[in-house]
Each structure stands twice: as C-alpha cells, then as structure tokens.
Design a binder for this molecule. Structure first.
Ligand code: AMP
Length: 297
C-alpha cells in the first residue's frame, strides 16, 4: 500500500454487506475518486483457506477489498449441486472481515439476472476441453463463469482481481476474456492451498464422507507423481502413467487426466519449453473434485 494511503478511512470500519449493485457502485465512488486501489475476489462462499489466501493477498496489495459471494446458477448444469451447494453467509462475513475485506457483495439471483436477461460472454476454444467438454460440465459452465465475472468487473471496476490456480481452466478463460475484451483489470492467479495430506481445499470437500475423504488424497498424490515422473523421465506420457497408477491404487477413476498447454489448453504430448498443465477431475463419493499441477519448463 502507498504510504500516503496507509490509513484509509475504511481501516477500522469492518466489513459491510451489500445486496444491490447500485449500492455497491455508490460505495466505491468515493474510494475510487480518492485514488484508492480496488481489489476484487469473486467467490461462491463457504470460505476456506484457499479463499482466504486470495482475500489476504488482495488486502495486502489493494486499499479496498470487495469479495463477491454469489452461488451462480448459470455455471451449474441441471442436476448438478446448485441446490445443495454448501452455504454459511454469517461465517463467511466474519472470515471475510478478519481477512480485511471491506465490502461483501452478496446479491440475490434477480439482482444479477433480471427478467429478460439475454447477454452472455463466451470464450471459445479453451472452454470446450477438460471440464468444458460437452460430455462433462460443458462450455456453458464457463460461459456462466465468464458472464458473471464480466458483470462483476463492470460493477466493481477493480484494479486487480484474484483467482485460484485450483480452477486453472476458469483462470485461463478469464485471462483470455480480459485480454480479448480489453477489461482494464489485472488478473492475479494464486497457488492452490491444500490440506495437510495434499487434498486441494474446496467448498465441495464438505460432501466427502470419512472414507472418500481419505481416497480423495490420491488425486494430489497422482499430480505430484505426474510432475516428478515427467521431469525425471523427461516424458509427459511417463508422468501421466505414474499419475494413473496412483489413482488406480486408490480406486479413483478419473473423468479425465490430461496434459495440456497451460495457456492455450491445447493437448500437450511432449515437453516443448512451454508450461504444461496436468489436470484431473474425478468423482469421489458425493463430490466431483478437480485439481491440477503446473509443470514449468
Ligand atoms: P469458488 O468459491 O469455489 O468459486 O472459488 C472462488 C475462488 O477461490 C476461485 O478463484 C477459486 O479458484 C479459488 N479457490 C478455490 N479453491 C482454492 C484453493 N484450494 N486454493 C486457492 N484458491 C482456491
């Protein structure tokens, strides 16, 4: 933070809950005019350490932090877990406040999608693979994400927006949207925060029973094996083999386990000097889990 801004007036005021975009816009007029930088952290709530790492980074680098809390129906397919997605707004507000959030924007669905809503933002190509394969969540999932994030960018007009590497494909789609549509925002993608046994933190981990929770750790073991074996054997195929063995041993059948160019998400078969993303999705008990590892050249 700029030393001149070391003590902005929001410092002691705590977190403010806002439901209406008009009110949020109004609340941000004065800070923006004053020259305060604004950080945005979009979330679906049920906060865990992964979210908190983004909020703390935003608080460290921005004068004002806005966290959105919105379980976005547009990114769920019919039959997915929209209705049972875990929610605890009171706890989220407390944790957000402790992490230095100034405004929590938690709109009702009608505020985001008014009657007659008909406009979408779609990033072609890289949203059609991995989770975006039509046989899986499909490109509509990412269309729901980029549309709601574009709306948030327009409402908040943040200087910096924070996302997690845990959702690597989402981050890639948002980076591309920002580039293609000239959104004046810097995108920061922060590392995946993990449980002590390696399981990537996720609100959906709440769906795991004790036995499945233990099995789920095989996903991060598999990704670690993939990274190590790829580097050791200088072969992505060998890396994927090693990952597959870890999953097999735990009885986890992946929906996909693939190596992709980290930026384009095009298929990667050989190391070619560009970062490679090894990504996995698997249904473990009641939870569909995703995770990935980035293999830098
Ligand atoms: P969600 O509430 O699941 O939509 O996630 C909100 C933001 O937190 C997204 O940018 C996610 O990528 C990020 N996130 C979720 N889990 C983690 C994690 N384990 N580590 C880091 N970031 C995460």
């Amino acid at each position: 933070m700029d030393s001149a801004l070391a003590n902005p007036p929001h410092a002691k005021s705590g977190v403010k809950l806002i439901r209406a975009k008009r009110e949020l816009r109004d609340a941000l007029i004065w800070p923006r005019r004053t020259g305060y930088s604004i950080g945005l952290v979009p979330t679906m709530g049920y906060l865990h350490e992964g979210h908190l790492s983004l909020l703390r980074a935003a608080h460290a680098h921005c004068d004002i932090v806005v966290m959105s809390l919105f379980v976005n129906p547009a990114q769920f397919r019919p039959g997915e877990d929209l209705d049972r997605y875990p929610r605890d707004e009171e706890r989220d507000l407390r944790l957000a406040g402790e992490a230095g959030v100034d405004f929590v924007y938690a709109p009702p669905v009608e505020e985001v999608y008014p009657e007659g809503f008909a406009t979408h933002v779609e990033v072609e190509g890289l949203t059609e693979v991995l989770c975006g394969d039509p046989a899986r969540r499909g490109p509509e999932h990412f269309r729901g994400v980029t549309t709601v994030v574009a709306k948030l960018f327009n409402t908040v007009q943040p200087d910096i927006a924070y996302f997690g590497q845990k959702d690597a494909q989402q981050a890639a789609a948002i980076r591309r949207m920002v580039r293609d549509l000239d959104f004046p925002v810097r995108i920061e993608v922060l590392p995946t925060v993990r449980e002590p046994d390696g399981l990537a933190m996720s609100s959906r981990n709440a769906y795991l029973g004790a036995e499945d929770r233990e099995r789920a750790a095989a996903i991060s073991r598999a990704l670690r094996a993939a990274a190590e074996e790829t580097v050791r054997a200088e072969s992505l195929a060998a890396g994927l083999e090693a990952a597959r063995r870890e999953l097999d041993a735990a009885g986890v059948e992946p929906e996909y386990l693939e190596a992709r160019d980290a930026e384009e998400l095009s298929s990667a078969t050989e190391l070619n000097g560009r970062p490679v993303l090894v990504a996995v999705a698997a249904q473990v008990g009641g939870a569909r889990l995703i995770d990935n590892v980035l293999i830098e050249p």
